[in-house]
Design a protein around this ligand. Structure first.
Ligand code: NAG
Ligand code: NAG
Ligand code: NAG
Ligand code: NAG
Length: 493
């Protein structure tokens, strides 16, 4: 015989079951039913437990939990279909020991994930997969073809394991490719997360390729043995690369083979990307940037020493650089910027005679701040900032501000300089060539002549040429002259 309380519990249970079923149908849509991969009694029981847990959490508030525990399980046959969208690659036959090829298995998991339940759209033409996860379950998998994702998908994550290219992997491809073309919208992918992965290209091709995508996260990845690029970003915007380690060869510095390092750690051929807290420990070029408005922060480059032909960060967007490099560590390798227009390098540490090169392409440099950095070298007389004028001199120089850097064992270069000279006579010449970066280029001079004694000489600025400043007086006088010059003021000031 049932008490009224128990009837109520049963009633609530039935209502809830219906609600849950209809919610599931709404969320999954009509055609997006995905048959369970491993449809066993265990899965069924798991789901039942989850649903009962959910009911319990609702009923607790009504103090009906005690009655529920004795209520019979409701009829919930079709509920076995409702599983979290986690695609465990071993369930598809991937071999986590890395002995046999897992390409087909992982591709099947990927295709199930991208064909799985979705919930509306993100950007135009990007299906929202709701946070589907491809779980590598901490395994090592050998793959012989790129893992390319179907375009037009978003809100998806691949995480938690290692991928290694087999010895037949194509040398011009990447282990993970977000490179398919979306015919239904302007971007190929949005909000795809690649996390906690070790990608080993086995000296065959690259690690990750992201083409024309939006809001992609590459987080805590270790990418090695690439011959082309560790990460390549082309088009699109907002690929965020953070907490990653990239190196062609696994080394901790001072490698006997360093002269032979090749390839590029990260290539950004798109706009608005960020690289934060990343180490690049071997590659000919650490980061190459040919898109606008990218930010580099907290990056440590010791990829290949300048002396061996390496470059830490190469900015290859002459005339439209728009790059900020802040709080980074250039370790025996420097920065090269072609015709920089709007470039900020601040609060960085340059070790081992590392320096910055402004490379002339069409002689343009405009809006450059190189400030508040520290440079440490080995007393070889190396300038902290240098010009490469092999293609012709810089002729359009404006708003260049190189100041407030400190040096130890290197030559300070700046766009602003102050010097004083003492003398007894009628002329005082101050040579700024040891400090000023640009030859024969002074836009602004200020001076003070200080003399004691009974005479008050007339004096004037007489000549500014070849970065020398000449002050003359009408009568001989014992005086100190203080001069400040600036190469960086704008034409309008
Ligand atoms: C996937 O694997 C994880 C850990 O191995 C496990 O906890 C989880 O239940 C699995 N999920 C599915 C859907 O198989
Ligand atoms: C660098 O590469 C060259 C040619 O590939 C090879 O002969 C040389 O031994 C390599 N250097 C080192 C230190 O391995
Ligand atoms: C400066 O030079 C003049 C002669 O040119 C000399 O008479 C005078 O003593 C000098 N003053 C000092 C402080 O050396
Ligand atoms: C300024 O100095 C330079 C170099 O000494 C010289 O060639 C030039 O004629 C001088 N200009 C004037 C106006 O004296």
């Amino acid at each position: 015989m049932e008490t009224p309380r128990r009837s109520l519990a049963l009633f609530v249970t039935m209502i809830l079951s219906c609600l849950i079923l209809s919610t599931i149908n709404l969320v999954h849509g009509k055609n997006s039913f995905r048959p369970p991969r491993i449809s066993t009694q265990n899965n069924y029981l798991d789901e039942m437990r989850k649903i009962q847990g959910f009911k319990a959490s609702l009923l607790e508030r009504d103090s009906l939990i005690s009655s529920l525990s004795t209520a019979p399980a409701p009829e919930t046959g079709p509920l076995v279909m409702y599983r979290p969208n986690i695609y465990n690659v071993t369930s598809y036959g991937a071999d986590p020991s890395g002995k046999t090829d897992s390409t087909d298995a992982i591709l099947k998991a990927l295709s199930d994930a991208v064909e799985g339940p979705s919930n509306g759209f993100l950007m135009n033409g990007i299906m929202n997969l709701g946070g589907a996860q491809i779980n590598l379950e901490g395994g090592n998998y050998l793959i012989s073809r790129p893992l390319q994702l179907l375009a037009g998908r978003g809100n998806l994550m691949i995480h938690g394991g290692s991928l290694k290219a087999s010895n037949t992997f194509p040398g011009d491809r990447y282990l993970i490719e977000l490179s398919d073309t979306n015919k239904n919208g302007p971007y190929n992918y949005e909000f795809v997360t690649l996390r906690d992965l070790l990608l080993d290209s086995s000296f065959r091709g690259g690690g990750i390729q992201v083409v024309n995508s939006l809001r992609i996260s590459i987080d805590n990845c270790y990418i090695t043995h690439f011959t082309t690029k560790g990460i390549s970003v082309q088009g699109g915007h907002e690929t965020y690369i953070r907490n990653c380690f990239l190196g062609q060869k696994i080394t901790a510095g001072g490698d006997p083979d360093e002269r032979n390092f090749s390839g590029t750690g990260i290539s950004l051929m798109g706009n608005d990307n960020a690289v934060t807290d990343v180490v690049i420990f071997s590659a000919a070029i650490g980061i190459i940037i040919s898109g606008q408005a990218n930010t580099i922060s907290g990056v440590h480059c010791y990829n290949k020493a300048t002396g061996f032909g390496g470059t830490g960060i190469y900015l290859k967007l002459p005339g439209l650089t728009q790059t900020r490099i802040v709080n980074s560590y250039l370790d025996y390798t420097g920065i090269v910027a072609e015709d920089p227009v709007q470039l900020d390098i601040a609060n960085c540490f340059f070790l081992g005679d590392a320096f910055i090169v402004l490379k002339s392409i069409n002689g343009l440099v405009n809006g450059v701040n190189i400030v508040d950095n520290m440079f440490s070298g080995t007393n070889k007389g190396i300038d902290i900032v240098q010009l490469d004028q092999k293609n012709g001199p810089f002729t359009k120089i404006d708003q260049v501000f190189i100041d407030r850097n400190n040096v130890d064992g290197m030559n300070l270069k700046a766009s602003v300089a102050r010097r004083s000279v003492q003398g007894n006579g009628t002329s005082w010449n101050v040579d700024f060539n040891p400090i000023l970066l640009f030859p024969d280029f002074v836009k602004h001079v200020q001076y003070t002549l200080s003399s004691s004694g009974s005479t008050f000489p007339k004096h004037a600025l007489r000549n500014v040429s070849n970065n020398n400043v000449l002050i003359e007086s009408d009568i001989p006088v014992q005086a100190s002259v203080f001069v400040m010059v600036d190469q960086g003021k704008t034409h309008t000031s």
